[in-house]
Design a protein around this ligand. Structure first.
Ligand code: HBI
Ligand code: FE
Length: 291
């Protein structure tokens, strides 16, 4: 068993790189309707919450044709815009496989869609999270370059035993990042934008801290996978992400060893603070304890 919990090769029916056929014609009417429910809910909410780059990406891919998107239909346009493609996978894939796809501009998307009783929350990435959440940003040329650079950085981090540090960067940017705009803070992170409740929480709620993005600071901060975030990091531009990855991370990993992790709800004197959160939501036990 490797560090990511996988042992052995791909499951039966999957290729060596863990890809499978999307099998679009086999989705049921109920599965297509689940996509439509989630799609309608998010697109009604997201103006004023999601960043323009995300909203433009949704339009560019014409994802609102109705039902689960067929990768054979969206890939030619995505390929034309930024050279990326979406490939279907059964679910989570091993880290090295994941990074190899990203480094080659392939985004692995879960083939399945969540059940009706999981509309608001599930832990494993399904096709709605992966395609609605991640793919629109891949139409942005700068973000597209960042994701490829992240995949290459992931391969190096695995070799250096540093995945735990790099995974935090992914979490606080690609999944849960906020962007500073003239109109206010906007979402670009896929984990937020694919969740109705966290979209509202991340932008409007007084609980979480919102702090200016800093590469080392982000890599020092643990995260939670089971509830809303206690801290969101804000970038001034998508280019900031790409610039941050265009440096050698080896000295950064060495610098991390000289300091300690930052408690998840801490605000440091060096932080650029957008919101000093009340942390009331986390203090009340969050949604899992309250459910
Ligand atoms: N697999 N399908 C899938 N999606 C992911 O986001 C993913 C993965 N495997 C590993 C992985 N992410 C992590 O390595 C990174 O998020 C750090
Ligand atoms: Fe994701």
């Amino acid at each position: 068993m490797s560090a990511d919990g996988f042992s052995g090769g791909p499951p039966p029916g999957a290729a060596a790189d863990w890809t499978i056929d999307q099998g679009w014609s086999a989705y049921t009417a109920e599965e297509h309707a689940t996509w439509d429910i989630l799609y309608e809910r998010q697109t009604a909410l997201l103006p004023g919450y999601a960043c323009d780059e995300f909203l433009h990406g949704l339009d560019a891919l014409d994802l609102h044709r109705g039902g689960i998107p067929d990768f054979n239909v969206i890939n030619p346009e995505l390929e034309r815009l930024t050279g990326w493609n979406v490939v279907a996978v059964p679910g989570l894939v091993p880290d090295d496989i994941f990074f190899d796809h990203l480094a080659n501009r392939r985004f692995p998307a879960g083939q399945f869609i969540r059940r009706r009783d999981q509309l608001d929350y599930l832990q494993e990435p399904d096709i709605f999270h992966d395609v609605f959440g991640h793919v629109p940003m891949l139409t942005d040329p700068v973000f597209a370059d960042y994701m490829e650079a992240y995949g290459k950085g992931g391969q190096r981090a695995l070799g250096l035993g540093r995945l735990h540090n790099l995974a935090r960067l992914y979490w606080y940017t690609v999944e849960f990042g906020l962007l500073e705009t003239p109109k206010g803070l906007r979402i670009y992170g896929a984990g937020i934008v694919s969740s109705r409740t966290e979209s509202i929480f991340a932008i409007d709620d007084p609980s979480p801290n919102r702090i200016g993005f800093d590469l080392l600071r982000t890599m020092r901060t643990p995260y939670r996978i089971d509830d809303f975030q206690q801290v969101y990091f804000v970038i001034p531009s998508i280019q900031t992400l790409l610039d941050a990855t265009l440096q050698d991370f080896a000295p950064i990993y060495a610098a991390l060893d000289e300091g300690q992790d930052v408690p998840i709800d801490a605000i440091l004197p060096t932080d650029r603070v957008f919101t000093r959160g009340t942390q009331a939501y986390a203090a009340s036990g969050g949604r899992l304890a309250g459910a």
